[in-house]
Design a binder for this molecule. Structure first.
Ligand SMILES: Cc1cc2nc3c(=O)[nH]c(=O)nc-3n(C[C@H](O)[C@H](O)[C@H](O)COP(=O)(O)O)c2cc1C
Length: 466
C-alpha cells in the first residue's frame, strides 16, 4: 500500500478533499455518456451558468473507467490546495514555487498493479474523448510528459496534447518551446530518440507547478511541485531510462519521442478559442502502460475552458510579478485575464515614482513571458481585475503618440493565430495608461465609502437591498 502522504499528493487525495470540504463543488454524472463532444459540452454549459465544479463521469463509454475533468477550473479549490483564500492564491503560489524541496523516491506505486507491454499495449482502450468537432482525432489532454535533458540529466514535466493515432502511437506537439522542446532538440541532434513517460491523473498542485517556467536550469520541476505541497514530492521509478514520476498517479505510459520523424498532428481546439493547425508534429511511441487496477482517467477540457486556462493566468501573474519586483518594488499587482486566453495580455498596477518606469515594466514582462504580446500599465487607483476600470484608464490617460510602445519582430507564441506563420514573430505592444507625473492632471471622481453606505441604508428603507 502506498504511504498516506503519497495519497494526499494524488488526484484521489484531491477528490477526497473536495468531497469532504466542498461537497457542492463536485458533480457525479451517472447517466451514460459517449466519447463524442458530450464531456466538453457539459463543462461549457456549467461554465455558462457560472458553475465550476469538478466533474466525475462514472459511466463513460460503457463504464470501463471513470473520467474526471474540470479539476483546475475552480479558483477556490486551487486556493484550498494551498490552504489559502482565493484572493491570496497568486501571492502564495508565487512564494511557494520558489521553495525548491528535493523529491523522495518511494519503492512502491499503485500504478504497478496492472502492467501491459509490447503488442498488448492499446491506448484506444482508454476513454479518450473527442473534445471539439474540428479535432483531428481523440486527444489525451491530461497527460504530463516527463523526460530528462540528454545533456544535464535534469528532468522536467508538463502537459502536452497527444493525438490518438493508433494502439501505441501518439502525435505530440512541443510548440511551447520550453524545456521539453529543448531536451528533444538535444536528443535529436545526437540522432537519438528521447525516452519519455506520460503520466495521467495527477493532483492540481502538480498541474500548477508544471506551468512554472522561470527557474534555474539545475532545478527539477518536481522540486517546485514539492515546494507547493510544502513537503517532498513522492516519485517512483519507471523502467524507461529510470525516469521518475509521481507515485500517486493513475496511469503511466512509457515510451519515446522518435528522432527524425514528423507526422501530421492536429487540428486541435486550443486555448486561443480557435482550431489550431500549428504543431511541431512529433511522434510518441508507447512501449508499456502501467495503471492502478481501478484507474481513473483524467481529461483537461480544451479550448478556452477555465480548466485549460485558469492555471495559466495564475502562473503567469506569479512569474511576471516575480520578474518585475526584482527591479521595480513599486509594482503592486499583475493580472492576466481569462478573456485574453490567459496569455496574451498582462495588466500591471504600479505606484509610478518616475517617468519611464511603465516602459521598464513592459520590457521586463516581454522578456519574461513569450506568450504575452500586450501590456497595459495603470496607476494603483485602477482596479486591474475590472476590465471596465482598465479600459477607462486607457481611454482617459493614454496619449497615443507618446504612450504606446511597439516592439516589432519579437518572438510570439506558435499557437497565436496572428503570429507570422513562418517564424511565429509578431509586434508586441505596451500601453502606458498611467497619468503623467509632475503636473496637474484631472481629478478622478469618487464617491466616498461613507456616502455609499448611507445611500445603501436609504435604499434599504425604500425596500431596495443591494
Ligand atoms: C492543458 C494544457 C495543455 C498543454 N499542451 C501543450 C502542448 O500540447 N504542447 C506544448 O508545447 N505545451 C503545452 N502546454 C504548455 C506546457 O505544458 C507548459 O508550457 C510547460 O511549462 C512546458 O514545460 P517544459 O518546460 O517541461 O517544456 C499545455 C498546457 C496545459 C495547461
Amino acid at each position: 500500500m502506498p504511504a498516506a502522504n503519497v495519497d494526499q499528493q494524488s488526484l484521489r487525495g484531491f477528490l477526497r478533499m473536495v468531497e469532504q470540504d466542498f461537497p457542492d463543488e463536485i458533480v457525479r454524472i451517472r447517466a451514460p455518456v459517449g466519447l463524442g463532444h458530450e464531456t466538453t459540452a457539459l463543462v461549457f454549459e456549467l461554465e455558462r451558468a457560472g458553475k465550476r465544479p469538478v466533474v466525475l463521469f462514472e459511466n463513460v463509454d460503457g463504464g470501463k473507467m471513470p473520467l474526471v475533468t474540470n479539476v483546475a477550473a475552480n479558483r477556490g479549490l486551487l486556493a484550498a490546495c494551498l490552504g489559502v483564500t482565493p484572493e491570496d492564491l497568486p501571492t502564495a503560489f508565487r512564494e511557494r514555487c520558489q521553495r525548491y524541496i528535493p523529491c523522495e523516491l518511494v519503492k512502491e506505486a499503485a500504478w504497478n498493479e496492472v502492467v501491459i507491454e509490447g503488442d498488448d499495449v492499446d491506448l484506444t482502450k482508454l476513454p479518450v474523448p473527442l473534445q471539439f468537432k474540428v479535432d483531428a482525432a481523440p486527444y489525451i489532454t491530461g497527460g504530463q510528459l516527463s523526460a530528462r535533458d540528454p545533456v544535464s540529466g535534469v528532468d522536467t514535466t508538463g502537459f502536452h496534447r497527444f493525438m490518438l493515432r493508433g494502439k501505441n502511437r501518439l502525435g505530440v506537439s512541443l510548440h511551447s518551446g520550453r524545456r521539453m522542446y529543448e531536451y528533444y532538440r538535444r536528443a535529436e541532434e545526437k540522432g537519438e530518440a528521447l525516452p519519455a513517460v506520460i503520466t495521467i491523473g495527477i493532483h492540481p498542485l502538480h498541474y500548477m507547478g508544471s506551468m512554472v517556467y522561470a527557474y534555474p536550469p539545475n532545478v527539477r520541476k518536481f522540486e517546485i511541485i514539492g515546494g507547493l505541497f510544502g513537503e517532498p514530492y513522492r516519485l517512483a521509478r519507471t523502467a524507461t531510462a529510470e525516469l521518475e514520476v509521481p507515485a500517486g498517479a493513475e496511469i503511466v505510459i512509457e515510451g519515446e519521442i522518435l528522432a527524425g520523424v514528423r507526422e501530421p498532428e492536429g487540428p486541435f481546439g486550443e486555448f486561443t478559442g480557435y482550431a489550431s493547425y500549428r504543431s511541431t508534429q512529433n511522434v510518441f511511441v508507447a512501449h508499456r502502460i502501467r495503471m492502478r487496477a481501478d484507474a481513473m482517467y483524467h481529461s483537461v477540457v480544451s479550448g478556452m475552458s477555465r480548466d485549460h486556462i485558469q492555471v495559466s493566468c495564475i502562473t503567469r501573474e506569479g512569474e511576471i510579478l516575480n520578474a518585475l519586483r526584482r527591479n521595480l518594488p513599486n509594482v503592486r499587482a499583475v493580472h492576466v485575464p481569462h478573456t485574453t486566453c490567459g496569455a496574451f495580455l498582462a495588466i500591471i498596477s504600479m505606484k509610478k515614482t518616475a517617468d519611464g518606469e511603465p516602459q521598464m515594466a513592459m520590457m521586463a514582462t516581454f522578456g519574461t513571458e513569450l506568450y504575452t504580446k500586450q501590456v497595459i500599465v495603470v496607476d494603483d487607483d485602477v482596479d486591474i481585475f475590472d476590465m471596465n476600470d482598465v479600459l477607462w484608464a486607457v481611454a482617459t490617460r493614454v496619449r497615443a503618440e507618446k504612450d504606446i510602445v511597439l516592439i516589432p519582430g519579437a518572438k510570439g507564441a506558435v499557437l497565436d493565430p496572428i503570429s507570422d506563420p513562418e517564424n511565429f514573430t509578431l509586434t508586441k505592444m505596451g500601453i502606458d495608461a498611467t497619468r503623467p507625473l509632475g503636473r496637474d492632471f484631472a481629478e478622478r471622481l469618487v464617491i466616498e465609502e461613507a456616502d455609499r453606505a448611507r445611500a445603501r441604508a436609504i435604499l434599504a428603507q425604500a425596500g431596495i437591498n443591494l
